[in-house]
Design a protein around this ligand. Structure first.
Ligand SMILES: *[C@@H]1O[C@H](CO)[C@@H](O)[C@H](O)[C@H]1NC(C)=O
Ligand SMILES: *[C@@H]1O[C@H](CO)[C@@H](O)[C@H](O)[C@H]1NC(C)=O
Length: 194
């Protein structure tokens, strides 16, 4: 059984390496929106616009990969070297979040899933963005950018939220989704995001 599990994890890692490592940026309906095209960076357990680079931790500065971009491995994990990896989830509040290294998902995650959705328009070839949908029968869904002040930085302007059933902010802007900018590089985005 242990053998089957480890084989499965190798298979899924291989398929991630084959093509779903990506940075994300915000995609809005209005191309003139100031949020459109802004890159999403990980810091302090959540995701922000306005940061020049992600928050990272590196145990040995001579040996760590990257650290300048926020790379996802699919929408449910970050592309990190730290053993055990780091998972992406939606907190009950709706905050799109990531686990600190060596820890499990918290119990209060908003059950749901990121969706890879095709956008069709008159003036461009179809392309795909990520959105989020609650698994509850009421079925809230959506991705929003919300104004915040991140302690310790003056540049983080907005935080990324999913419209979880208990999401309650009223000062946010709903966007079409997160646009993946797929990379062919197999290098990790960071040893660990922090
Ligand atoms: C999203 O879905 C499309 C169509 O199935 C697929 O081609 C694309 O690779 C997916 N995007 C990512 C980043 O997984
Ligand atoms: C936006 O709303 C949230 C929740 O009510 C609040 O905590 C935050 O301070 C507000 N941000 C701004 C910039 O008004």
């Amino acid at each position: 059984m242990a053998f089957v599990q480890s084989l499965l994890s190798i298979v899924s890692l291989a398929s991630v390496v084959a093509g779903t490592v990506f940075q994300t940026s915000v995609f809005t309906a209005d191309a003139d929106s100031p949020f459109n095209g802004q890159v999403v960076n990980a810091a302090g357990g959540a995701f922000y616009l306005g940061l020049p680079k992600p928050g990272t931790f590196c145990p040995d500065p001579t040996q760590c990969p990257g650290g300048t971009t926020t790379l996802f491995a699919g929408m449910n994990a970050l592309w990190v070297e730290v053993p055990g990896g780091q998972q992406v989830y939606v907190a009950e509040s709706g905050a799109i979040s990531f686990t600190i290294a060596h820890s499990l998902l918290p119990p209060d995650v908003a059950q749901g899933a990121f969706t890879n959705t095709t956008v069709v328009s008159d003036c461009a070839a179809p392309f795909n963005v990520f959105n989020w949908k609650s698994s509850e029968a009421s079925g809230t869904g959506g991705i929003l950018v919300c104004p915040v002040n991140l302690p310790g930085t003056t540049t983080a302007s907005h935080q990324i939220y999913a419209k979880s059933p208990s999401f309650s902010w009223t000062n946010c802007t709903e966007v079409i989704g997160l646009l993946p900018l797929v990379t062919s590089s197999q290098d990790f985005g960071a040893f660990e995001y922090a």
